[in-house]
Ligand binder design. Structure first.
Ligand code: SF4
Ligand code: SF4
Length: 426
């Protein structure tokens, strides 16, 4: 049976001339060496599905699940085919026809779309991790064998000892002496629970630059559902966020220091373009969104940084790389502006680290291969600090450094800048 749902993509897929140049940029293909892991192989599968010479079966969709959606292939592809969009469309077509596992349906349609349930689930996970319950269960075998999904999650997650950042704690947001910018803060799930110290650093940096911060009442941005092909759930989450953030349209800017969230919010206009009730609101919101370093450099107000010692390098999260958000010069400019801190460029800085949201939990062997290449490049720089702007990248890079025994400190860019401001104030 053919897959007519993919027919609108046929002209794009037909541009693939099978040259194989995408091999040079695909982190997964470098690990597996499998044709189906390569953009060329994924175009061939899509073409066969449209022509009906291949069934949209469980085996086919499992073969497509090892795509990071990173667009490393696109950068090497002469026609510039966005393989991530083709893979997402195939995942969506499969899901529409065969449904999705109950845990994903529950996660995308009930938990991620409701910030209260999301906070409750996050608190439970934190409690288990912090009280050693997860580790004790892993040791006792209750989480399954060493390669079981829960064991992998327990190994990869950071320690998470600080209290989470919760929206009710608005009093903790510092006030600027003089208000220059009114900023709506979009709290990322990953940072709120895994790295609340980054949230604190971001708020302090913004307050020093004259930003009055309004904590928005958002839930998940919707990217996880979109990546798994549940486009209906992603659109539903986007509509909920638009309703809950309606007041933010009065502010100067909507900001998130999570590169994946900020880039996905910028895509709301495209995501809801066919929804007559929301298309205009979505487009307006997308225009108002800025990533952290993008906003800081645009305001031109980062001055008065104190000196820090040592060396730093920077990993580009995929969604801020030149293949997506194109926010690459700004973080480097900011790091280079810290007196005393030596900037060292990272080889293959924009290659995916293998985290890709929850990819590392589901395809851990491939993710480890991708991560080992990244960490080997970090080691070549000899930098003491590895900065980035994405919680999933931070989590995976820390895990990679632990695995390799590399004594590099993984920090969010906002933490580096916060330290530099504190050095000036000391
Ligand atoms: S680089 Fe582009 S055109 Fe060439 S094989 Fe890969 S996907 Fe096809
Ligand atoms: S999006 Fe990334 S993982 Fe997927 S085929 Fe392209 S380079 Fe490979």
């Amino acid at each position: 049976m053919a897959t007519p749902e993919l027919l609108p993509l046929f002209d794009t897929i037909a541009q693939c001339n099978r040259c194989g140049f995408c091999q040079a940029g695909c982190p997964v293909f470098r690990v597996t060496g499998e044709e189906h892991s390569l953009a060329r192989g994924r175009q061939a599968i899509a073409r066969s599905l449209i022509l009906g010479t291949m069934e949209l079966s469980k085996e086919v969709i499992e073969a497509l699940e090892d795509c990071l959606l990173c667009r490393g292939c696109t950068a090497h592809c002469f026609p510039g085919i966005k393989t991530d969009e083709i893979v997402t469309a195939m995942r969506h077509a499969y899901l529409k026809r065969h449904g999705q596992p109950a845990w994903r349906r529950l996660l995308f349609r009930n938990i991620l779309s409701d910030s209260r349930k999301l906070e409750f689930a996050g608190r439970m996970a934190l409690w288990a991790k912090r009280h050693g319950l997860a580790t004790a269960m892993a040791k006792s075998g209750l989480l399954g064998g060493p390669k079981s999904r829960l064991n992998v999650v327990n190994r990869v997650l950071p320690r998470m000892e600080a209290p989470p950042f919760l929206r009710g704690e608005k009093d903790s947001v510092p006030r600027p002496g003089k208000v220059l910018h009114r900023v709506g803060y979009f709290a990322s799930c990953g940072l709120s629970f895994q790295y609340p110290e980054v949230v604190g650093a971001t708020h302090r940096v913004l307050a020093r630059l004259g930003c009055e911060i309004t904590i928005l009442d958002n839930t998940c941005c919707g990217r996880p559902a979109h990546s798994y092909g549940d486009l209906d759930a992603a659109r539903d989450v986007a509509r909920k966020n638009l309703d809950r953030m309606a007041g933010a349209m009065e502010l100067d800017v909507i900001l998130s220091e999570c590169g994946s969230c900020s880039t996905f919010l910028k895509e709301y206009g495209t995501l809801l373009k066919d929804d007559a009730a929301y298309a205009g609101k979505a487009e307006a919101l997308s225009r108002k969104v800025r990533s952290f370093s993008e906003f800081l450099v645009a305001t031109g107000s980062v001055q008065g940084l104190g000196a820090l010692e040592g060396s730093v390098t920077y990993h580009d999260p995929c969604h801020l790389s030149n293949r997506f958000g194109k926010i690459t010069a700004q973080p480097r400019q900011l790091l280079k502006s810290v007196p005393g801190l030596h900037y060292r460029e990272l080889p293959e800085a924009d290659w995916c680290c293998g985290a890709a949201g929850s990819y590392t939990f589901l395809h851990h062997e491939e993710a480890k291969g991708v991560l080992d290449r990244k960490i080997a490049n970090v080691a070549k720089t000899g930098a003491q600090v590895l900065a980035t702007e994405c919680p999933a990248c931070m989590m995976h890079l820390e895990y990679g450094a632990r695995r390799a025994g590399l004594p590099v400190q993984v920090r969010h860019l906002s933490q580096v800048l916060d330290e530099a401001f504190q050095a000036a104030e000391a």
